[in-house]
Design a protein around this ligand. Structure first.
Ligand code: NAP
Length: 308
């Protein structure tokens, strides 16, 4: 049996691992089978993580966090957890190969998943002209006219990044004011390849084997219009990844895992949660990392309280 199992390999998971490993708890960390490093693997330049005045690429930051966690003895398993059993004192998690792993404590740091538009054409064309990752797929849209949906930092970052490849990038936003930080807004406003389409929602995506256009619906008067594009990037936020624990841990009204005050303690003793999965407000790399620290310290105290 392990002392501590960490599920998730974003800033929360790896920071929890650094602290737990340095406390000699020999954490076993489940990274994903597909993408280790979480959401930051889909990002380009991270300019606001303290300690990197010149900025750092998201994947490089995650690589460094993993190295730091491994340096102190974290064991990283490249597999997904498909089932959890938190009912007893010994917590059990099942990996996709069917192996059951046991631990005294679990830190749940599964992050959040891209939100979908839920409009006709989206599912069919996802991966065929619709994407939620500009850094992964931007290259395919060289010299094309494309659109980004959303008004937050992600949408501004994606739109700005995509102008490296595309000839024109529309930003479709449902209001006439952006949610993004001022600096990201300004960067997008200053980019002459970006054109804003305000007060508009995507009602349908058209195309057979690739995207050919979208129907837009005005959020002011409901009128519709067509926009010809060859690619669509959806950047409308994320939802906490809680599907494995819906009936096992208490959730908040926002759908995040409920924790006790500023701690990481969930509704089940011995199960701690950290990062985007508990955070509907801040969701920054640095707040996720801090949250991972809290979870490791809480788990450490819990394990110590068990004695032996
Ligand atoms: P977000 O801040 O939640 O913004 C989501 C945007 O999508 C909002 O503008 C929202 O519109 C819009 N939206 C939501 N649901 C929609 C729907 N169904 N249809 C159309 N539009 C919809 O999400 P985010 O941009 O992914 O950012 C998440 C967090 O990560 C934020 O805290 C952000 O600061 C952070 N982040 C930081 C950086 C950076 O600093 N470099 C980069 C990326 C992300 P409304 O505005 O009308 O609600």
């Amino acid at each position: 049996m392990h002392q501590i199992i960490i599920i998730g390999s974003g800033p929360a998971g790896f920071t929890a691992a650094i602290y737990a490993a340095r406390a000699d708890l020999k954490p076993l960390l489940f990274a994903s089978q597909i993408q280790v490093g979480g959401e930051l693997m889909n990002t380009t330049e991270v300019e606001n993580f303290p300690g990197f005045p010149e900025g750092i690429q998201g994947p490089d930051l995650m690589q460094k966090m993993q190295e730091q966690a491994e340096r102190f003895g974290t064991e990283v398993v490249y597999d997904d957890i498909t089932e959890v059993d938190f009912s007893g004192d010994i917590k059990k998690v099942t990996a996709s190969d069917g192996t059951v792993h046991e631990a005294q404590a679990v830190i749940y740091a599964t992050g959040s998943a891209y939100r979908k538009l839920n409009v006709p054409g989206e599912e069919r064309l996802f991966g065929h002209g619709i994407s939620s990752c500009a850094t992964c797929d931007g290259f395919f849209f060289r010299e094309k006219t494309i659109a980004v949906v959303g008004g937050g930092d992600s949408a501004m970052e994606e739109a700005t990044f995509l102008t490296r490849f595309a000839d024109k990038v529309y930003v479709i936003h449902r209001r006439e004011e952006l949610r993004a930080s001022k600096i990201m807004q300004q960067r997008a406003f200053d980019n002459e390849k970006i054109e804003f389409v305000w007060n508009s929602a995507v009602a349908e995506v058209h195309g057979e084997s690739g995207v050919t256009g979208v129907t837009l619906e005005s959020t002011v008067d409901g009128s519709t219009s067509e926009l010809e594009i060859e690619g669509l990037f959806v950047a409308i936020g994320n939802d906490p990844r809680t599907h494995l624990v819906h009936d096992k841990l208490e959730l908040t009204a926002e759908g995040t895992i409920a924790v006790d005050g500023r701690s990481s303690r969930t509704s089940v003793a011995g199960v701690f949660a950290a990062g985007d999965v508990i955070d509907s407000s801040y969701r920054q790399a640095v707040t996720a990392a801090a949250s991972g620290t809290v979870a490791a310290l809480d788990a450490e105290h819990y394990i110590a309280s068990l004695g032996g």
